[in-house]
Design a protein around this ligand. Sequence first.
Ligand SMILES: Cc1ncc(C[n+]2csc(CCOP(=O)(O)OP(=O)(O)O)c2C)c(N)n1
Length: 600
Amino acid sequence: MLHTLQSPKDLSQLSLSELESLAQEIREFLIEKVSRTGGHLGPNLGVVELTLAMHRVFDSPEDPIVFDTGHQSYIHKILTGRVEGFDQLRQGGGLAGYPSREESVHDVVENSHASTSLSWADGISRGFSLTGQSERCVVAVIGDGALTGGMAWEALNNIAVAKNQRLVIVLNDNERSYSPTIGGIAHSLAKLRSKDSEHQGIFSTLGIAYLGPINGHDLGKLEETLKEAKALTHPVVVHVVTEKGRGHKPALDDDAERFHAVGIVDSLTGKSISPSAKTWTSVFGKELALLGQERQDIVAITAAMQGPTGLNEFQKLFPERTIDVGIAEQHAVTSAAGLSFAGLHPVVALYSTFLNRAYDQLLLDVALHKAGVTFVLDRAGITGDDGASHNGVWDMALTGIVPNLRIAVPRDERRLKELLRQAICIEDAPTVVRFPKGALAHQIEAIRNLDGFDILCEREKRSVLILAVGPFAAMALEIAETLTNIPITVVDPLWVKPLSAQLLAYCASFSMLVVIEDGIEHGGIATTISEELRANHSSIQIISCGVPLKFLDHAKRSTILEENNLSAEAIGSIYAGRDATPFSWKRFPHTDSLTPARSR
Ligand SMILES: Cc1ncc(C[n+]2csc(CCOP(=O)(O)OP(=O)(O)O)c2C)c(N)n1
């Protein structure tokens, strides 16, 4: 039946028992396909009946459906004509792992950052009402995890007084984010689930209509309640209780995360196909646990991602010093400033992309107050398969303009440990330690350390210098070893902010500087060095090899790097006189031409 579905309208002909067997077929399909590509298996297995019911009751795309975060939209994709794309899920050129406007008119929001759906839906439904499209209904599907984010409550505050807005908030309550959802909101939802008659419930207290709780796997009940909600001319919350990982034993047995996100796994056992290797995350996690033993003042903070950010070991040893704030990066960062004020040293462990959320808090609560807080940014740089909004390519440019803040970028395991240790000793300024997704780079020892930066390869003649940020050290050395006819020296700055006067002076003693960095070129490390050197009248030519300023389609990290000329071959071709196409690197002007203007 699955492969015959072209549009949600095809569902209208089906009987309840046909829908139930379709649900079963969808689960089997998801388990088989997602096990092969990797993806968000557990969340999608939980919303099969819910998505079927939504598409039968609402008329997408006339009635837009906004998925919060968007990781649970696979069934929606299947029902809107994309079933054949699942062999290529999250692969370059294939189906995106999140909603994608390019793929379908049924997809509305593709940002993948949590807790935005209620604001989107409020805006759309208000817009419909203001433009005389009051027959159109807007649906927001938000998880109990996403409901812990501050944005959701800013939206609810407005939705509570919204008039003439046809807005249905489907609360998909599976009691979990990755791990069980924490905090007062989770407690309140638990009371609603238990139908505690004493408990009025948070939504009713706010003055928002509430229907439920209902069993999210009972198709009949789901349809009946969603129809009731659709008929209303004001906002309503429909509280749907679902089971994450439903119908797949390995997922249900995974107490930690219910298969929130899987890599490539065996579809029967759910076990990983590739042997588990040491990762940047695991090295960080172990080192932080050691540091926690050495220092009683270290506190670890996670925004609902304890496992993925490597904090499990620390949490086991120091539960009282581990804080899960929910999907609340802004709160995480400002409360870290408070913890620092109280004499502790917080380590805020985030994926790089999610720090974007808390920029103002980082700038004004942490840095302005000279708080000693260490930010550990995992998945920094290009992450690839999760698409544009998951890439961690903005952190160096964003944090580069924060006064006081320092940034370390380790090139390998040993440097990660060392730089983390240095970072947590800084008590009067924020520090950032960033590392990428995936395999740990192999260990590269320095020939010597000169005033704080490492020289990895050195030629007598000071001609070309490659400044490799973090794990790009290996690529820089490969270039130097391949192009034996060109004297290439390679340095690893270790700390990229601030850039020491010694490092800048060293750079200025070469005739060409190539900077390789895993972040956007604009406002990146090459730009900063260029500004500094230009101010010092250096005539060095600077070539910036970084990520171009555009949103990058999903694909493997390695493919995206190659496509953007961040490969040894492409960078090497600069010297060989061959231009790689498209030739994306930016050559900064020779400073000679600027000197007269400056001296006027
Ligand atoms: C701002 C932000 N922080 C962190 C994440 C990472 N993240 C993705 S899904 C998720 C848990 C979502 O839980 P919930 O909304 O309950 O959905 P479920 O997976 O349980 O269906 C988290 C923390 C994110 N997408 N956005």
